[in-house]
Ligand binder design. Sequence first.
Ligand SMILES: Cc1ncc(COP(=O)(O)O)c(C=O)c1O
Ligand SMILES: N[C@@H](CCOP(=O)(O)O)C(=O)O
Length: 465
Amino acid sequence: MKYISTRGDAPALSFEDVVLTGLANDGGLYLPETLPKFSAEEIASWRGLDYRELAFKIISPFVDGEIPDADLKKLIESAYSKFRHDAIAPLVQTGHNEFILELFQGPTLAFKDFALQFLGHLFDYVLKKRNQKVVVMGATSGDTGSAAIEGCRDCENIDIFILHPNKRVSDVQRRQMTTVLTDNVHNIALEGNFDDCQNMVKASFADQSFLPDGRQLVAVNSINWARIMAQIVYYFYAGLALGSPARPVSFSVPTGNFGDIFAGYLAKQMGLPIDQLIIATNSNDILHRCISNNDHSKQPLVHSISPSMDIMVSSNFERMLFDLYDRDGAAIKQLMEDFKSGEMSLAEGPLSKARELFSSYRLDDKETVDVIREVFENTEYLLDPHTAIGVQAARKQRKSKDVPMVCLATAHPAKFPEAVRQAGQAADPALPLHMRDLFDREERYTVLENDLAKVHAHMAANINA
Ligand SMILES: Cc1ncc(COP(=O)(O)O)c(C=O)c1O
Ligand SMILES: N[C@@H](CCOP(=O)(O)O)C(=O)O
């Protein structure tokens, strides 16, 4: 299996090389040259597999023998060993043919653990094999950071630098990152927003000359192909549990960087009968505007009560565009050039394909709080603000009540006590046992200006020998 860039002008990479990279050197994002496709019979034969067994079936064609099967199985086994629920991704029924897929049962209480627990073990395995040290650099609007730190903290061949927007993540999210005091973990609170953090990471991949000799940057954001790959699994898992492949299933996905819903799109391309894929956004609604009005213009980023989705430049939309434009790298390069100056419009063909594939809906903070309140009053199920956006988008965009609708619960409500309070809950939702002392732990992080040279100087000075 070879991996190619969306901009068509970078060398093709093998699986291990693509795992140890970030952006392609033409500025594009890597994805597989061809997707594995599974027949309905093959998918049906997976009924009854547990999450790890299913993960192996879906991930192994992408690895394509570069890691021996027995080792890959062990990596998958370790990746899901710290989840707090036996099912790993439990489905909870909330109404007739309505389900919540709880993706927050991992160690940092967000869906990011599905890929980043796996990625941490994968990095460790590949780096030990190659006897190589790397610098991991990531941007977070709150959840990727802690999941990446948790995944990488025990990797002796890694220094990890995570940039979060200063004062723009919840206290729980910040403390989950900044209370990890191991030597190889470096937290930077950037004076800016998530897009500034993400820009800085992308600029750093383009010019890595600030690193000590022999080191390279590795990505933990969903620009890293392995992130997307690992997220495909739970779509199949939920689909199989609800009767696929005999029965189609729909998904509503709280969306920011477009990684999660892109994994859903890939699951569909690989053979899972998905009826609807709903893009659910907060007020930072560029993707909803794009699908509904062909308006893909940058607007000022709004600080919302669903901070992890406070993203304007959705990295993975580029991967989607690549398919919508029949994998024409030159066309993608041009679109991305246009977007740099503030906006781009999709041509008629790609736009109508996008509209066939996706529905979209947008909620502001007040609507989000109302949904959390109403769902709790009716069902006693407490939604986090991101999940609430997905739940309401599903209600508004659903085409058929006969098709099971799965709303992805991307985070645990205990990460966002402020939103939950606004929804009328008197007591903050309890953190799981392993985090009960989170607010007593010592924190360590460095506040830096939004200045690339300063961030690079800080990194260079703190990378362990
Ligand atoms: C809790 C939560 N929900 C939804 C999202 C959006 O996911 P994606 O960026 O893959 O679209 C994020 C961040 O990525 C998140 O942390
Ligand atoms: N919502 C994310 C933002 C980064 O997205 P990623 O999926 O590309 O890592 C976060 O919580 O950090």
